[in-house]
Design a protein around this ligand. Structure first.
Ligand code: ADP
Ligand code: MG
Length: 320
């Protein structure tokens, strides 16, 4: 397979997107120039996905790119920010046209879903690694922080939890599944539903929020620590999808829901006096959310099943 040079590949695979909001100068010069929407703060976040660590090295490049955009945008969703621009650090062992064509297709498909414009990046040779930085806007003082949960707040989660861990088990071939469940799992892993829309809506009522990347309990613990509170989650309330329930026994499904990562749902807290408003928003916008527990005095962050504490490893995935 032919290798193409750095400048041709940028031109061919990355420079073609139509400039979107606030892009004064996109790919091609030493820097991009952008204008932040007047009266807004810039929200910035970066994620690196390493081949062989975050995704199988031989995975379909289109799916890798799609997943990279989604998991990175998820952090903007968790702050209630509006996605605007992104930059891409791409390191590859070789520059194969076929791989790049798939990669850029997946990248732009996901980018367009979130109105994200690729405004720059860097391309280098080395072991396969993808770093995306996303930029979004939010009104000053309006971003949902981890540090503002209070005792008495109700804890919610969007969508289902446990799909990401189940999908990873399927991908690692630890589990055999039927065709339709396989499709569901691949979608959950490579194309997680990122909750940008929901983040902006719940921002009106949520006290704190986080996206579930390391596992529900590990991420909820981040909220607890930052806010100086504790949490009680009720196992029976957890939204666990039908495909996951069918795939395994209830104990494993519960463990995936509590400690498996890669769900990219939002976990957020809402003060009791704002629950009525949340219910109005839920009905109006057809929000897929579930109340799963309550913020209590700290520092313990636990899950109860039939009144007993469910033992789970809440340390989350750690690289070091
Ligand atoms: P410099 O040497 O000035 O850092 P580069 O030659 O690395 O610039 O990049 C040239 C232009 O292409 C820049 O605008 C840069 O942002 C963009 N670029 C490089 N790699 C990528 C990439 N993988 N995706 C998007 N834009 C890229
Ligand atoms: Mg330069």
């Amino acid at each position: 397979m032919a290798n193409i040079n750095e400048f041709d590949l940028i031109e061919e695979y990355f420079a073609g997107q139509v400039a979107s909001y606030g892009v004064n100068l996109g790919i091609g010069d030493d820097c991009a120039l952008v204008t932040v929407p007047p009266g807004h703060q810039l929200a910035m976040s970066m994620d690196s996905l390493i081949g062989g660590v975050h995704f199988p090295k031989n995975a379909d490049p289109e799916l890798i790119a799609e997943r990279a955009v989604r998991v990175t945008v998820s952090d903007l969703a968790a702050m209630g920010a509006d996605p605007l621009w992104m930059t891409l650090g791409l390191t590859m062992p070789t520059s194969e046209s076929h791989w790049l064509a798939g990669f850029s297709r997946g990248l732009f498909r996901a980018a367009e879903e979130f109105n994200l414009c690729l405004v720059g990046g860097d391309t280098t040779r080395g072991p396969l690694a993808i770093t995306l930085q996303v930029h979004g806007s939010v009104e000053p003082g309006k971003a949902m922080l981890r540090s503002d949960a209070r005792v008495g707040d109700i804890i919610f989660v969007t969508g289902n939890v446990g799909d990401g861990a189940a999908a990873l088990a399927v991908i690692k071939k630890q589990l055999d599944v039927g065709k339709s469940a396989f499709g569901y799992m691949m979608q959950a892993y490579y194309s997680p539903k990122v909750r940008v829309r929901e983040g902006k809506i719940i921002n009106a009522v949520a006290s704190a929020a986080i996206d579930v990347s390391d596992g529900l309990m590990a991420d909820l613990k981040h909220i607890c620590k930052a806010s100086g509170v504790g949490a009680v989650v009720e196992a029976e309330r957890l939204p666990i999808s039908e495909p996951v329930r069918k795939l395994t026994d209830p104990d494993v499904a519960l463990a995936w829901a509590l400690t498996g990562g890669d769900d990219y749902q939002l976990c957020f807290t809402v003060p009791p006096q704002k629950i009525a408003r949340l219910e109005e928003l839920q009905a109006k916008h057809k929000l897929d959310i579930t109340a799963i527990g309550e913020i209590v005095r700290g520092p313990d962050c636990v899950c109860l099943s039939d009144g007993r504490i469910v033992e789970c490893d809440v340390s989350g995935y750690k690289h070091f």
